[in-house]
Ligand binder design. Structure first.
Ligand code: ADP
Length: 213
């Protein structure tokens, strides 16, 4: 990934807003000589950010720039964008889980066992299903209604947002627990965080606005 300099970024913006535009016009807008501008224009053209058309001027390459933004976004690590996991004990009641869901303003809770290892996932729909089931929600533990290990789709902090997005789409789920394996114990995970459709959307907006590429 090429990191653009501040001036190259300025040139890109000028061409985006005014293109097609000649080198002379860009130089005037930046109060620079054409000679001073030439190396940056050469870099931006060679990289594909800009198209140079003889007798027309410079044009902004929308497709290329969009792809760069998408690539930059999607290769970010889960570790850098994960949110705190919202957790309940697997022995907690469905009633308490519903209260927790509202208090924390989330769509999914994670259940842990007495050692703090990931035991289950409880989504809005799981709670709604239990609530229409005519049961005493104060007596019903979440362990009865949750999706359990080993059926939980998880993600590692070193994986990318692209991998997280693909898993959520392929498995039709709204969130993934971010986990680390407990050594020498199969299907036993420490909970480090969560990635949701919302955290991915937020990461996208943050990166586009930061324009650090
Ligand atoms: P909602 O219930 O709000 O539609 P989801 O689409 O995430 O939320 O959940 C649908 C079902 O998938 C629920 O039964 C839930 O327990 C389960 N589920 C949610 N996340 C995961 C996950 N990461 N791994 C496995 N199952 C999950």
């Amino acid at each position: 990934m090429i990191k653009l300099t501040k001036r190259q970024d300025e040139i890109l913006q000028i061409v985006k807003e005014n293109g097609p535009i000649t080198g002379k016009e860009i130089a005037e807008m930046l109060s620079l000589s054409r000679a001073a501008l030439r190396p940056d224009l050469a870099i931006l053209t060679k990289s594909g950010n800009l198209d140079a058309r003889p007798r027309v001027g410079y044009l902004y390459n929308h497709n290329y720039n969009l792809k760069q933004e998408a690539k930059h976004f999607i290769h970010q690590k889960v570790a850098d964008f994960k949110a705190h996991p919202i957790v309940v004990e697997k022995s907690a009641s469905v009633y308490d889980a519903i209260v927790q869901l509202f208090l924390e303003d989330v769509g999914t809770l994670y259940a842990v066992d007495s050692e703090g290892h990931l035991a289950g996932v409880i989504s809005r729909k799981d709670l709604l299903r239990a609530a229409i089931g005519n049961q005493n929600l104060n007596e019903l533990p979440v362990s009865v209604i949750m999706t359990r290990m080993p059926n939980i789709i998880t993600i590692h902090p070193e994986e990318t947002l692209l991998e997280a997005a693909k898993k959520m789409i392929n498995f039709h789920v709204d969130s993934l627990p971010v986990v680390k394996e407990v050594e020498q114990q199969e299907n036993t995970y420490l909970l480090l965080g969560r990635i949701t459709k919302t955290t991915i959307t937020r990461a996208y907006v943050e990166l586009i606005e930061a324009k650090s590429y």
